[in-house]
Design a protein around this ligand. Structure first.
Ligand SMILES: Nc1nc2c(ncn2[C@@H]2O[C@H](COP(=O)(O)OP(=O)(O)OP(=O)(O)O)[C@@H](O)[C@H]2O)c(=O)[nH]1
Ligand SMILES: [Mg+2]
Length: 359
């Protein structure tokens, strides 16, 4: 048996190193938070049976083996299923004859098409409208996209984690929502926690604003730190946790299990997204970030987008409500807890919650 000690900024980073060096068969013997050069980091001791060490395996597979591998693995199946879905939609499309709708309904549908609302949503709306030429599109949209404004009254779970792709605006929206909440309820005991690792930029931002605004600050390097935070959680009314952007194939469910988040009933995870990712990326995010605790979507960088159909597409695909809308990089007046009216204004008028209209 070969044993090795790994150090990294977070448990996630340490496990990635282990997988790369010792392979997926490696067994974790210990996992703890330690201090290195004054910075907290994660130390993991892992072991692997010398017989299955990846170094013993052939290093460069042949081209045929690579192709064979790609055809065998599940990505191939996923792609095939997504192709089948595409073909079903292509067959359905000619059936979606907008001329069978009333002129007002047709206009609304044409508008949504221009906003890059996808075929699945358009088909759903069409089926709804075709039943009654008098019906407005709003009830159909409302049954599809909900909002649940981010504030302590609506969201009374103690723990809130902000997840999403790298650079989506997780740290910024977390800080801005915490400051909003503190301003509305000065007595509220809020804790900002970072799971980003000792050297991350987001960590410094959270620490800075926590100190400036009288909020508590905690770091989560391993599951021990989260267990500690759970123990002292009765001291806080709201704990906002900044998660790192998950790299490679790591999923939110894997990450949550690693840190002891899984199954917690008092934890809501909010997915932070920008409206201008591609359709394929959105599909991937739905897979990567699926979790029982996923509770809402926060849309950021609305001021950099030119269409907002993805908000409807995501609501339809995920069933999640929208909890906040961010529309500027500054700290002030740049995030708003979402409501339905804001969503319809964005979608039909390209009007941001701050009042500006996107070209
Ligand atoms: N224009 C604009 N910029 C934004 C908005 N929200 C965040 N940003 C900017 O986007 C950049 C990334 O934001 P972060 O909050 O650091 O994103 P993150 O998801 O925490 O990034 P990582 O932790 O690196 O994964 C920063 O420069 C923010 O100022 C927004 O609504 N509009
Ligand atoms: Mg961040």
């Amino acid at each position: 048996m070969q044993m090795k000690t790994f150090r990294a900024a977070t448990s996630t980073a340490a496990f990635e190193k282990i997988k790369a060096e010792l392979g997926a068969e490696a067994v974790i013997l210990s996992n703890k938070t330690v201090t290195e050069n004054g910075c907290k980091c994660c130390e993991v001791v892992a072991a692997v049976d010398a017989k299955v060490k990846p170094a013993d395996k052939p290093k460069s597979p042949t081209k045929d083996a690579v192709v064979e591998d790609a055809l065998q693995n599940s990505v191939g199946w996923q792609r095939e299923w997504s192709q089948i879905k595409g073909q079903i939609m292509a067959l359905m499309k000619p059936q979606i004859d907008l001329d069978t709708l009333s002129p007002k309904q047709k206009l609304a549908m044409e508008y949504l098409e221009r906003e890059a609302v996808d075929d699945k949503v358009m088909a759903h709306l069409f089926c709804h409208l075709r039943q009654d030429r008098e019906s407005s599109i709003v009830p159909a949209l409302e049954s599809m996209a909900r909002s649940m404004p981010f504030n302590s009254k609506n969201w009374n779970n103690r723990f809130h984690a902000f997840a999403g792709p790298g650079g989506a605006g997780k740290t910024t929206s977390l800080v801005r929502l915490a400051l909003r909440e503190k301003k509305a309820n000065p007595k509220m005991r809020i804790c900002l926690a970072t799971a980003e690792g000792g050297r991350g930029k987001g960590r410094l931002i959270l620490k800075h604003y926590a100190e400036l605004s009288g909020l508590a600050f905690r770091e989560i390097i391993t599951r021990d730190d989260f267990a500690l935070l759970e123990k002292e959680s009765h001291q806080f009314d709201m704990i906002l946790i900044d998660l790192p952007g998950l790299s490679g194939t790591t999923t939110l469910e894997e990450w949550s299990a690693l840190y002891g988040f899984s199954g917690r009933k008092d934890l809501s995870i909010h997915l932070v997204l920008n409206p201008y990712y591609s359709e394929a990326q959105f599909e991937r995010f739905i897979e990567k970030y699926k979790s029982e605790q996923l509770a809402s979507v926060i849309w950021t960088k609305l001021d950099e987008a030119c269409t907002f159909g993805s908000i409807l597409n995501m609501a339809f695909a995920s069933g999640l409500p929208v909890s906040a809308l961010s529309y500027g990089s500054g700290l002030k007046n740049s995030i708003a807890p979402a409501n339905n009216e804001m969503l319809w204004r964005l979608l039909f008028m390209r009007k941001l919650p701050g009042g500006n209209i996107q070209p």
